[in-house]
Unconditional design. Structure first.
Length: 141
């Protein structure tokens, strides 16, 4: 309640809240680098491809990491939630084996393979920063 009073006093009420929403980034905003995606490709090949397939199409019970089902499953979810899921459950034969940097690199590779553009800064490994990035199936959508 106290912060509301302070926000009102300094003119930060609703306009401040709207500005915060406008700063949310998506996976279409160049949130990883091409170099990071390259590192992720190496990790993916060694830790993920045996289950999810070399082309990310999925094998047996492991889902594909591209296309309609993947997009529908993750659209609107924060990259932080995606990273947490990968961190605690992958690889399936040794959950939790990847460190946070490896998880960020693999996600960068997955985003790259799904046509999302690289940018100037690496996808961070810290969950707090990743929570501010939303996975979107389509640009602007």
């Amino acid at each position: 309640m106290r912060w509301l009073v302070l926000a009102s006093l300094f003119g930060l009420g609703v306009p401040f809240a709207l500005r915060a929403q406008e700063t949310t980034r998506t996976t279409w905003d160049g949130v990883f680098t091409a170099e990071q995606a390259g590192r992720g490709a190496v990790i993916y090949e060694g830790m993920c491809a045996s289950c999810h397939g070399p082309q990310m199409g999925g094998i047996d019970a492991a889902p594909g990491l591209d296309g309609g089902a993947f997009y529908a499953n993750w659209h609107g979810i924060s990259v932080g939630d995606m990273a947490n899921r990968v961190k605690v459950s992958m690889p399936a034969n040794a959950p939790g084996l990847m460190n946070r940097q490896q998880v960020a690199d693999v996600l960068a590779y997955i985003f790259s393979r799904n046509g999302m553009p690289a940018g100037e800064q690496e996808l961070p490994r810290q969950i707090a920063y990743l929570k501010a990035i939303e996975f979107r199936a389509q640009r602007g959508g």
